[in-house]
Design a binder for this molecule. Structure first.
Ligand code: HSE
Length: 429
């Protein structure tokens, strides 16, 4: 589409939707001057008409049923900002595409689960479906992967792409507060998704890395094969002990495509303090791409919030108006490249924490279980026991995740420890 005037309908007027309206109000003249495109928000729809909003609702047509957007001849692009993979969002997008409307969305869950079907539909009806705001908020990483670095053979992509978890881990580290305390604060500040499990369970990061890896490697979008672990088991003690050893703990999302196999993982990891990943504070996101020709490139910026997410949405609107021809998921919908769950085939070092019974022979038994899986200890420290319990912290030499899991299972079975041992990969990046 190359059109001067673009009629826009917005579905969802929460933080992001309001941000889009405010940004267009503020920059409309400047955008017109620089691109020749006049962005005209015509119609809006949200759950409640009465809610107080930071703009004048009466400047727009209000509709109660967002499906009516799809039949409105004045609308060129539908912006879906309600979210969620189930329910009305998907219907609005699918119906909109079938009626020839271009789509802009920030709906990572929908894309991760049904992106392939939606991409095929958009192709069939010759419309654009853009989603810059779905991953890493203000960082234009979708454009980087689909346009700027398209000539490169990318081999690895990793980053911190959930601002809420990074906020929680950063606050625990810098303010010495425990997980529950910081989680409640993040909730109060409105950072946490309506279903908190999406953030802290690593699911939001898994949605995002599956989208990025499909674009980066041309593999099928395969969210279900992302090995996913969240941050709930990470304690203040782990953060402090990791710090003493020169590491920070980050919820790392990672995908690698090697020898025809795609591995995708989201898990808390120890990363060296001097790496770019370790420097990322608060709700900031970072994405690192490695490619054969480009080498390593690092992108960091605000991963969420009104302004950054609105900026991504508006940039998609302008791309569409300027005649965007980039296929939704490039050609990965036709790909036959395999993906594989987990990262068990590569050796890593691990940080492990146990709460042991304070009695004779416990360490001997523990080390025999480790040795039965050929796991060698690199560093080990026991804290002063109290009330019959002793915390033991160790790092291992390189081993397979599978071997460590077997050893930890046996240690737990032998009843020498309380609760679950905590193990966190030491990620070399
Ligand atoms: N819950 C997401 C995050 C919002 O914390 O990063 C942005 O996608």
């Amino acid at each position: 589409m190359r059109k001067q005037k673009i009629g826009i309908a917005i579905f969802g007027l929460g933080t992001v939707g309001s941000g889009v309206i405010n940004l267009i109000n503020k920059q409309r003249a400047s955008i017109k001057l620089r691109t020749g495109i006049d962005l005209q928000v015509k119609t809006v729809c949200a759950k409640s008409k009465r809610k107080k909003r930071p703009f004048n609702l009466s400047s727009f047509n209000w509709v109660d049923d967002p499906i009516s957007f799809t039949k409105d001849k004045e609308i060129d692009v539908i912006v879906e900002l309600v979210g969620g993979e189930k329910g009305i969002s998907r219907r609005v997008i699918e119906e909109g595409i079938k009626q020839g409307k271009h789509i802009v969305t920030a709906n990572k869950a929908l894309l991760a689960n049904f992106g392939e079907n939606l991409a095929k539909l958009a192709e069939e009806y010759e419309v654009s479906l853009r989603y810059e705001a779905a991953v890493a908020g203000g960082i234009p990483i979708i454009k980087v992967l689909t346009e700027s670095l398209i000539s490169n053979k990318l081999t690895s992509i990793y980053g911190v792409i959930n601002g809420t978890c990074n906020y929680i881990l950063t606050k625990m580290e810098t303010e010495g507060r425990d997980y529950n305390d910081v989680f409640s604060e993040a909730k109060r500040l409105g950072y946490v998704e309506a279903d908190p499990e999406l953030d802290i369970g690593g699911i939001d990061s898994a949605h995002k890395i599956s989208i990025l890896s499909s674009l980066a490697f041309g593999t099928k979008l395969d969210y279900r094969n992302v090995s996913t672990k969240g941050i709930k088991s990470v304690s203040l003690e782990d953060i402090r002990e990791a710090s003493k050893m020169g590491f920070k703990i980050k919820l790392l999302a990672r995908a690698e495509y090697k020898k025809g196999v795609l591995e995708q993982e989201v898990a808390p990891c120890l990363v060296k303090k001097n790496t770019p990943i370790a420097q990322v504070q608060g709700s900031t996101n970072i994405v690192v791409l490695e490619g054969e020709d480009i080498g390593e490139t690092v992108f960091s910026g605000p991963g969420a919030g009104m302004g950054p997410t609105a900026s991504a949405v508006v940039s998609d609107l302008i791309s569409i108006a300027l005649g965007d021809k980039v296929p939704t998921l490039l050609n990965s919908i036709r790909s036959s490249k395999r993906s594989q769950k987990g990262v068990n085939e590569k050796e890593s070092s691990f940080y492990v924490r146990f709460q042991l019974r304070d009695r004779s022979g416990v360490i001997a038994l523990l080390s025999s279980k480790l040795s039965s899986q050929k796991i060698s200890i690199s560093q080990m420290k026991q804290k002063e026991p109290s009330k019959g319990k002793a915390t033991l912290i160790m790092t291992t030499h390189k081993t397979l995740q599978e071997n460590l899991s077997k050893a930890l299972h046996q240690i737990k079975k032998s009843k020498i420890c309380f609760g679950e041992p905590v193990s966190i990969r030491i990620q070399e990046i």
